[in-house]
Design a protein around this ligand. Structure first.
Ligand code: AP5
Ligand code: MG
Length: 199
């Protein structure tokens, strides 16, 4: 396992795409399809964190507590896990799709300092009502402990508190996508965009 503390900023010369959007905006759904079509490494930060919780470690228990409140895990924890995962996959990577990062302007700045500058930021834009509608539907069969009414509302609030600052900071890289539409229509717009980008 690569220790991120022992390494300088890595030399990542493949595209790095951040995929942002509120809870239920379709980050995971779209990333799965994009990863297959373009051969990119899909890293979901939420999944990395849930895997750590599953491991049953002390660290995992602390993370679960934060995630179950719908809050953000500390930046230094996230950046280390993300960097380790990217370095472990780097030798075969044609590019990276980072699902659910950044969630704060500061996270984006930290990523640029410690890992790489993003090529593009895909922003899946969705109303709070549709977010909630989709999450409620998924919650009927979800095994995620944060898919309950109270935490879903808090996740949306957390998102709304931070997102505008991210959009302002990285405006020159952001591609806004209307995520209210069908999955296929959204994927087509993303594909058309990426076909003009160096992926
Ligand atoms: P994370 O796991 O990323 O959760 P989230 O951001 O709340 O988003 P979801 O995974 O619930 O939704 P999604 O956008 O992936 O949508 P999906 O494709 O599943 O993060 C969980 C927690 O981890 C955070 O709350 C935080 O505590 C922590 N965390 C994560 N990243 C962090 C970071 N960077 N820093 C600090 N802490 C962090 O779709 C949702 C549902 O809608 C599905 O059922 C799907 O089938 C359906 N659907 C998708 N698209 C459509 C469509 N177009 N039309 C109709 N239905 C659709
Ligand atoms: Mg997801």
């Amino acid at each position: 396992m690569v220790d991120p503390h022992k390494l300088e900023k890595p030399n990542i010369d493949v595209p790095v795409i951040w995929v942002i959007g509120g809870p239920g905006s379709g980050k995971g759904t779209q990333c799965e399809q994009i990863a297959i079509k373009y051969g990119l490494e899909h890293i979901s930060v939420g999944k990395l964190l849930r895997d750590e919780v599953e491991n049953g470690s002390c660290k995992g228990a602390k993370l679960k507590h934060i995630m179950d409140r719908g809050e953000l895990v500390p930046n230094e924890v996230v950046i280390d896990m993300l960097k380790t995962e990217m370095l472990n996959r780097l030798c075969n990577a044609k590019g990276f799709l980072i699902d659910g990062y950044p969630r704060q302007k500061e996270q984006g700045i930290l990523f640029q300092e410690k890992i790489a500058a993003p090529t593009t930021v895909l922003y899946l834009e969705l109303s709070n009502n549709t977010m909630l509608e989709r999450l409620r539907k998924r919650a009927l069969s979800s095994t995620r402990s944060d898919d309950n009414e109270e935490t879903m509302q808090r996740r949306i609030t957390t998102f709304n508190q931070e997102n505008n600052q991210i959009l302002a900071q990285f405006a020159y890289k952001v591609k806004k996508i209307d995520a209210e539409r069908h999955i296929e229509a959204i994927f087509k717009e993303i594909s058309d965009f990426l076909d003009t980008e160096p992926c």
